[in-house]
Design a protein around this ligand. Structure first.
Ligand SMILES: [Zn+2]
Length: 398
């Protein structure tokens, strides 16, 4: 019997576990939601450079050497040279991803330079880097095309950029920027094969003997029937947090399918690190999964679980701040937010639940570090809390 073509198209279009275009649930995502994203982008463009720190535009990551905390070394590489900074703990880093058919990346390899996904130092002078907008606003159309090509390579034949996202390269950039430790977050995509980043990265960190500086995270997929079993095994092997990515994993964070994971996290004492909010460069139909109101059920129903809202809600930061005000188990990863917004977060929420994160290798570690240093100049307690103290408390690091 021939499969009805329309039925097949509908099935394919809604297949949520596959990386295919899907359906938007009109109950979950309204025209008003879409309009608010456009308004946020417009307002951000208009306001860039008009906040308390003035224009903050640089040429490439190397351009950050204009700031008092950074210099270029003899090889032209960016170094943090400030004395007396807190030893930062980056709660949002990744390693090179290869999925499906792509060959495994040699995570122990060292290469002459890191190709960040926003490869801002590829040319000299580097790409325009504005620290007063959400960071992905710095992707030009050609960078976005490269990003999409790279994502396909990572699933098929392997990506040359991802081959530079290795443990020695991350450790070297941490040394250069005086970042002491990093929480490394894999993602379980829910693919039928070639999707075991948690396993690979746990093993690679241990093989590198890097456990003192790289704290392994783990990820499970809410629709994996083995999710809880896997989670227990990762925790037993040293995983310090669970990464869940509602957009890439195509699930609503308040859906019943995610609850067994939250229950296990409560029992295991593991924090959940969510990707939070609409970044604006992901497939449009995934926007529905990451609206801030869809995170509230998890925060409310699992008060004993600590939840990090990654990117502080990204372009939905205006909704993330009140959520964090209402729920003491909500923490905001600051990665991506511009300096004016970071200042607003400190003023409205206090610094006590804000967490430094770089999203390496998307961006150079110095991009977020520079923003924290700009905004916390003259605020030493906030600087310590954001760069280190809060992460120590969250992760039980001493
Ligand atoms: Zn990330």
């Amino acid at each position: 019997m021939a499969l009805d073509r329309r039925a097949f198209v509908k099935l394919a279009a809604c297949a949520p576990a596959l990386a295919l275009p899907g359906c938007t649930d009109p109950e979950r995502y309204t025209d008003e939601d879409a309009a608010r994203l456009e308004a946020q982008r417009r307002l951000e463009r208009e306001r860039s450079g008009r906040g308390p720190y003035g224009p903050r535009r640089y040429r490439g990551y190397r351009g950050l050497a204009e700031l008092p905390w950074f210099e270029l070394d003899a090889q032209g590489r960016l170094r943090c040279v400030a004395e007396g900074l807190p030893p930062a703990l980056d709660v949002h880093a990744h390693l090179g991803m290869s999925l499906l058919l792509a060959p495994e990346i040699d995570l122990q390899a060292s290469t002459p330079r890191v190709h960040h996904i926003l490869d801002c130092d590829a040319e000299d002078p580097g790409c325009p880097l504005d620290l007063d907008v959400y960071i992905n606003a710095n992707f030009r159309p050609e960078d976005l095309r490269a990003l999409r090509r790279g994502a396909i390579s990572q699933m098929l034949w392997g990506s040359a950029a991802a081959a530079t996202h290795t443990i020695p390269n991350l450790l070297e950039e941490m040394r250069a920027t005086r970042v002491e430790r990093a929480l490394v977050l894999p993602i379980a995509f829910g693919l039928p094969f070639g999707d075991d980043l948690s396993e690979r990265w746990l093993r690679a960190i241990s093989e590198a003997g890097a456990g003192g500086r790289l704290l392994p995270g783990a990820s499970v997929h809410p629709r994996d029937p083995e999710a809880v079993v896997r989670l227990r095994s990762y925790a037993a092997r040293g995983a310090r947090a669970v990464k869940l990515h509602p957009a890439m994993q195509r699930f609503f964070p308040d859906a019943p399918e995610a609850e067994p994971i939250y229950e296990a996290c409560a029992e295991l004492g593991l924090p959940v690190v969510f990707h939070g909010g609409r970044a604006g460069i992901e497939p449009t139909y995934t926007h529905q999964f990451t609206l801030m109101r869809h995170y509230e059920g998890a925060l409310r129903n699992f008060p004993e679980v600590q939840f990090v809202i990654g990117h502080a809600g990204a372009r939905d930061v205006a909704d993330a701040i009140p959520l964090a005000q209402r729920y003491p188990n909500a923490w905001l990863g600051i990665h991506g937010q511009g300096v004016t917004t970071l200042d607003e977060m400190i003023r409205r929420l206090g610094a006590g639940r804000l967490l430094f994160g770089s999203d390496w290798p998307f961006y150079h570690l110095a991009a977020t570090l520079a923003k924290v240093l700009i905004v916390t100049e003259g605020r030493p307690d906030a600087r310590y809390a954001i760069l280190r103290g809060n992460a120590d408390r969250l992760l039980g690091v001493g």
